[in-house]
Design a protein around this ligand. Structure first.
Ligand code: SAH
Length: 336
């Protein structure tokens, strides 16, 4: 972050505004080597060379679909991560990964097939954006943390990543254009609420009662709905924000009329809305997606029960773009 760079320059008896100069070189001019930092004296550049290194994650695969690109990257230690780029009429959004693997083991999600190997460092998340911007030769306007990993299980790196993305000397992407999605790690929701950032927060709900949510999302054992809802309400009050819940429609599992009723009870009195997500069917998981008409029935029931909701437009189901799908396919090919 710019703050860390400022501390570094102070520690070597340099002016702290050098941090801004480094940021400008990295994120505005997109320089690729220390010698390209022509706005910084040669002496300081030599010092930077000793203390830092340029490191790029490697783009291994790019798949192109209709208005969607999916990328597989290799990290320096050989681990692989994926990112998805979507072209919209309002701009371009990127879905970045925050961890190698994921420990949350949601029943319907492919990402958790590989347990968390490690957290991504802030720059490894930033690099996903830089490289894709270079690939498409266009600026990315929106960022969502909905790739592989649980962002709130890698809280500090994710916050540092966002600080750089959001900083006007960094990538300059506005906080209202940034969305963090969490499966509901309650203590981190409180931490996040207390930071008073303006990033959007989305909660993966996917079930309206503990019995079903325990089955679909094991994180619910640790942080059941009552605790989750309290934390989310606290966040909403502290930050004066409307609450967003994600809800994948799984055929016959969480899309019955009683589920719509339970949802409306759960969200009663909250300034909230539900984003209904068509399930992107994953081989071997056994869940089925709903048809558009079935989704509409659920949508109507929610609206009738005074729950505001939208149905998310599907992107990328022609190219394995649901969480973890591309990575798993490549690993299968390699026979690991
Ligand atoms: N760990 C975070 C962010 C990653 S997943 C979280 O749980 O929110 C981003 C969203 O995609 C989550 O709501 C997740 O439940 C959902 N998701 C996972 N697999 C999916 C699939 N096959 N089809 C549709 N949505 C999926």
């Amino acid at each position: 972050t710019i703050k860390e760079l400022e501390d570094y320059f102070i520690s070597i008896n340099e002016k702290k505004f050098r941090a801004v100069q480094v940021y400008e070189a990295l994120y505005k001019r997109r320089i690729k080597s220390f010698d390209d930092m022509t706005n910084i004296s040669k002496e300081v550049r030599e010092k930077l060379k000793q203390d830092f290194s340029f490191y790029k994650i490697k783009m291994l695969i790019k798949q192109q679909g209709k208005n969607v690109n999916k990328y597989l990257f290799e990290l320096e230690d050989g681990n692989k991560i994926e990112s998805v780029l979507m072209f919209h009429d309002y701009g371009t959004s990127i879905c970045v990964s925050s961890q190698v693997g994921c420990n949350m083991t949601c029943a319907f999600c492919e990402s958790g097939r590989l347990k968390k190997v490690r957290n991504l460092l802030a720059y490894e998340i930033v690099q996903q954006i830089l490289q894709i911007e270079e690939d498409i030769n266009k600026r990315i306007t929106h960022v969502v943390l909905m790739g592989i990993g649980e962002p709130f299980d890698n809280y500090d790196n994710v916050m540092n990543f966002l600080a750089t993305v959001n900083h006007d000397r960094g990538l300059g992407i506005g906080s209202r254009h940034i969305t963090i999605s969490t499966c509901g790690i309650v203590p981190r929701i409180y931490d996040f609420a207390n930071e008073h950032t303006q990033y959007n927060l989305a909660i993966s709900l996917h079930a309206p009662n503990d019995e079903l949510r325990d089955k679909l999302m094991p994180v619910n054992h640790a942080y059941p709905l009552k605790e989750l809802m309290e934390a989310v309400k606290y966040y909403g009050q502290e930050n004066n924000r409307r609450l967003t819940f994600e809800y994948i429609l799984l055929n016959g599992v969480n899309d019955r009329p009683e589920h719509a009723k339970q949802l409306s009870k759960l969200l009663h009195g909250m300034n909230a809305y539900i984003n209904l997500i068509p399930y992107n069917a994953v081989d071997e998981k056994g869940f089925k997606s709903v048809s558009h008409d079935e989704a509409m029935v659920f949508y109507d029931l929610l609206m009738k029960n005074h729950v505001r909701c939208t149905i998310r437009k599907e992107h990328g189901n022609d190219i394995d773009a649901a969480c973890g799908q591309l990575r798993i396919k490549e690993i299968k090919k390699e026979g690991i």
